[in-house]
Design a protein around this ligand. Structure first.
Ligand SMILES: C[S@@+](CC[C@H](N)C(=O)[O-])C[C@H]1O[C@@H](n2cnc3c(N)ncnc32)[C@H](O)[C@@H]1O
Length: 329
């Protein structure tokens, strides 16, 4: 019961943090501000994506490094300046600096906690003098100068931006003429779609278990996080990203949709409950504790726990890779 209450309080706290807009004046990140608290973004990168499990953490690190290398592999000439949108803990920056050791990197994010973490990591790696840390929303990149960057990258960030066309306009504005944009974004719409199919199947088959699975998946992929806003996770397809980029003025666009089915690594139940599939989703533990009765929890756990612990289920990663250039004139 106590654990349930803690999870519920934690859920409410996360919701409150999600709703607090960062002050508009904090465009250039000032880490002397002492009031830097963890938010849903930093919490997810630190714990939510691997549940605090060291083996899964290594697994995620290998996978994300491969995503970053693919984003950078399209760059034809070594850039002098690169801006990363939604840098998180710095994945793209460290991968780029490994390729181009003299690169100047602008690390941007809406999360002060993550900017601080990235700055600490840059210091540890001895590259802090090559990096600047800017609090900036992808929709405007408002404190970044026009025509200032050779390369703009982003990994798993535009997916969470409400006004995606605005983000592509901002990228075009900030790129130098002839500069390159390269991004990799997850594609969540399929998950929302499979939740809807579960709902239908639960009715057709009168299956209480499928109805529970539907409620669980819907909590993570369908329910709008803020009822007054469109669901940022489902308001785009790969075609949309391509046309937003085209309409912004990019050319030589190339898009690849990668669907990779893999056996999930085994994980204990506690780890599974601490994990969520993306930063805006409640963890499985929060869902079980706050949205299911004890009878429903027991039914769901009995049905899925053995497969999760043995790693006997498969996962499909859906990643959209898109790159293009700003016209030279
Ligand atoms: C899933 S994390 C990815 C972090 C990093 N790019 C990586 O690949 O590890 C999403 C990142 O996007 C940032 N983010 C979310 N919404 C944003 C927005 N509107 N503008 C800029 N960054 C945003 C979050 O703070 C977080 O760092």
């Amino acid at each position: 019961m106590r654990e349930r209450e803690e999870l519920a309080v934690c859920g409410i706290f996360r919701l409150v943090l999600r709703c607090v807009p960062y002050p508009a004046y904090m465009n250039v990140f000032d880490d002397s501000l002492s009031l830097v608290v963890d938010d849903c973004w930093s919490n997810w990168l630190k714990h939510g994506r691997d549940g605090g499990n060291a083996i899964l953490r290594d697994h995620v690190a290998i996978q994300t490094k491969a995503f970053a290398e693919k984003v950078l592999s399209v760059v034809e000439h070594p850039p002098k300046t690169m801006l990363d949108i939604g840098s998180g803990d710095g994945l793209m920056a460290w991968a780029a600096l490994a390729l181009w050791p003299h690169l100047k990197v602008t690390i941007t994010d809406i999360s002060p906690a993550l900017l601080m973490q990235a700055k600490a990591e840059a210091t540890k790696r001895g590259v802090v003098s090559q990096c600047s840390f800017v609090l900036a929303n992808a929709e405007t990149l408002h404190s970044i100068a026009d025509d200032s960057q050779d390369l703009i990258v982003s990994r798993s960030t535009i997916a969470y931006v409400a006004d995606k066309p605005a983000a592509f306009n901002a990228v075009l504005r900030v790129l130098k003429p002839g500069g390159t944009m390269s991004i990799a974004e997850p594609f969540f719409r399929e998950q929302a779609h499979s939740a809807i199919l579960l709902k239908q199947a639960s009715k057709d088959m009168s299956s209480p278990l499928l109805a529970l699975l539907y409620r669980w998946k819907a909590a993570q992929f369908i329910e709008p996080l803020d009822a007054s806003q469109p669901n940022v996770l489902t308001n785009y397809t790969e075609q949309d990203l391509l046309s937003f980029a085209y309409q912004a003025g990019f050319h030589a666009l190339h898009l690849e949709l990668h669907l990779d089915e893999r056996q999930a690594p085994p994980r204990d139940w506690k780890t599974f409950c601490a994990m969520s599939p993306h930063p805006l989703a409640p963890s499985s533990g929060e869902i079980l504790a706050t949205r299911f009765s004890s009878k429903e929890r027991a039914m769901l756990e009995a049905a899925i726990r053995p497969n999760i612990e043995k790693g006997e289920f498969s996962m499909v990663s859906r990643m959209i890779y898109l790159h293009g250039r700003k016209p030279a004139h």
